[in-house]
Design a protein around this ligand. Structure first.
Ligand code: HEM
Length: 378
C-alpha cells in the first residue's frame, strides 16, 4: 500500500492531530486513474480530506446541525423508526439485525436530517454503496472505480436538484434549511457544499450501520454483558463507548507528511502516507489494559473510534444516540435473542469493519413496546 502503518494508541492519536501531517487524500489528482478521477475530485472538496483553513470553514458551516443539543431533538424520531422495525419482527421470532435494522435506520436518520423524501432514499443508498466500497478498498479495479465515480455524479446531481427545489420551504431544523441559509452567502461555493452533503450521506450511514451490527454481535457473544445492561440501563452510554472501542467500525485514518520528519523514531519523507489504525490503537494494552475484554466499567481511556483532533467525527453525537436507542430497544424487547446458525459474515473492506448480515432468533411475542421503553426512561 506504499504507506507506513501506525498501530499504537500514542502514535495514532498524536499523529491524527499533528499539524505536520495533512489529510489531503489525493495530492496529485492527475496521478489518479482516469476512472477514479471524477470521484477523487469530489472527495478532495470534502472537509474530511481538507486541511486548515478550508477545513474549519466547512466544518463550522455544517456543524450546527450536529451539536449534541441539535441531535438530542432526534431521539423520538429515532425511537419511532426502531419501533417500526422491531414491532413487525417481534411476532416472527427472527430478525437480520444488519439488513432489517442497522442498514435502513441510519440512512433514514441522515435523510431526515438532509430533508430527503422517503421515495428517494433507496436511490441514495444504491449510490452510496459503491462510493463507500471505493473509499474502503486498498485496490480498486477499473469497473469498481468507474461505478464509484458514476455513483458520485448521480448523487451530486440529485443533491443539486434537492437543494434548489422550489416546492416550498424546507422543513425547519433540517440540514436543507441550514444550507438554504448557507447558500445565500455568495462566497459559499455551491459545488463544495454539495460535495460535503454527499460526505454526510455516506459517512452518516455506512459507519453507523457497522457500529450497530458489531455492537449487537459483541453483546450476543457476551450474554453476561447484555444482562448487565438490561438491569442497568444507566450503563448504556458507557457501553456505547466500550463497544466502539472493542470493535471499531472505522479501522483506518490516512495522513500524509507535509515535510520530512521523524515519527516514533522512524524517518518519514515528505508526501509519504501513514495509515493510523484506529482498530489497533483501541486494543493497545498500554492504553487499555486487558484490551480484548469487553468491560463496561473499564477505567479511563478515550477510544479513537471517532478519530482524534480537528477531524474528530462530526456525527459522533448522532451515532452515539442511534447506537444507544437501538441497544436499549434490542435488549429490552428481544430479551432472549440468540445468534441464528452460521457464523456472521463480514463485509470485504480494508477500512470499514462490519457485517453483511446478522441473523438472530428469539421467542415470538406481540409485546407492547411502550412498557419497555417507558421502563427504561424511568
Ligand atoms: C459509529 C459511527 C461512526 C464512526 C465510527 C465514525 C468515524 C469517524 C472517524 C474515525 C472520523 C475521522 C477520520 C479522520 O480523521 O481521518 C470521522 C469523521 C467524520 N465523520 Fe464520522 N463516524 C461515524 C458516524 C458519523 C455520522 C453519523 C456522521 C454524519 C452524520 C459522520 C460524519 C463525519 C464527518 C463529516 C467527518 C469529517 C469531520 C472532519 O473532517 O472534520 N460520521 N468519522
Amino acid at each position: 500500500m506504499d504507506a507506513w502503518v501506525a498501530t499504537s494508541y500514542a502514535v495514532v492519536s498524536s499523529t491524527a492531530s499533528d499539524p505536520r501531517f495533512s489529510s489531503v487524500r489525493y495530492p496529485d489528482i492527475e496521478a489518479v486513474s482516469e476512472e477514479l478521477r471524477p470521484l477523487a475530485r469530489v472527495l478532495s472538496r470534502q472537509m474530511l480530506y481538507s486541511d486548515a483553513p478550508g477545513h474549519a470553514r466547512l466544518r463550522s458551516l455544517l456543524s450546527r446541525a450536529f451539536t449534541p443539543r441539535a441531535v438530542a431533538t432526534l431521539r423520538d424520531r429515532i425511537s419511532d423508526a426502531v419501533d417500526q422495525i422491531i414491532t413487525p419482527a417481534a411476532p416472527t421470532g427472527r430478525l437480520d439485525i444488519v439488513a432489517d435494522l442497522a442498514r435502513p435506520l441510519p440512512l433514514a436518520v441522515i435523510c431526515d436530517l438532509l430533508g430527503v423524501p422517503e421515495q428517494d432514499r433507496p436511490a441514495l443508498s444504491s449510490w452510496s454503496d459503491p462510493i463507500a466500497a471505493a473509499i474502503g478498498s486498498s485496490r480498486l479495479d477499473v469497473d469498481d472505480s468507474r461505478a464509484a465515480s458514476q455513483s458520485m455524479q448521480q448523487m451530486l446531481a440529485y443533491l443539486r436538484e434537492l437543494l434548489t427545489r422550489k416546492d416550498g420551504p424546507p422543513a425547519p431544523h433540517t440540514l436543507r434549511a441550514l444550507l438554504a441559509t448557507g447558500t445565500e452567502n455568495a462566497d459559499q461555493d455551491f459545488d463544495e457544499l454539495l460535495a460535503n452533503c454527499a460526505l454526510l450521506l455516506i459517512a452518516g450511514h455506512e459507519t453507523t450501520t457497522h457500529f450497530i451490527g458489531n455492537s449487537a454481535l459483541a453483546l450476543l457473544r457476551h450474554p453476561q454483558a447484555a444482562d448487565q445492561l438490561r438491569s442497568r440501563a444507566d450503563l448504556i452510554p458507557v457501553a456505547v463507548e466500550e463497544l466502539l472501542r472493542y470493535d471499531s467500525p472505522v479501522q483506518l485514518m490516512l495522513r500524509r507528511a507535509r515535510r520530512d520528519l521523524d515519527l516514533a523514531g522512524r524517518s518519514i519523507t515528505a508526501g509519504q502516507a501513514v495509515l493510523l489504525v484506529c482498530g489497533a490503537a483501541n486494543r493497545d494494552p498500554v492504553a487499555f489494559p486487558d484490551p480484548d475484554r469487553l468491560d463496561f466499567q473499564r477505567p479511563g481511556g478515550r477510544h479513537v473510534a471517532f478519530g482524534y483532533g480537528p477531524h474528530f467525527c462530526l456525527g459522533a453525537a448522532l451515532a452515539r444516540l442511534e447506537g444507544a436507542v437501538v441497544l436499549e430497544a434490542l435488549l429490552t424487547r428481544l430479551p432472549d435473542w440468540r445468534l441464528d446458525g452460521a457464523s456472521p459474515r463480514w463485509q470485504r473492506s480494508l477500512n470499514f469493519r462490519g457485517l453483511t448480515s446478522l441473523d438472530i432468533t428469539f421467542t415470538p411475542s406481540s409485546d407492547n413496546h411502550d412498557t419497555s421503553t417507558q421502563a427504561l426512561a424511568t
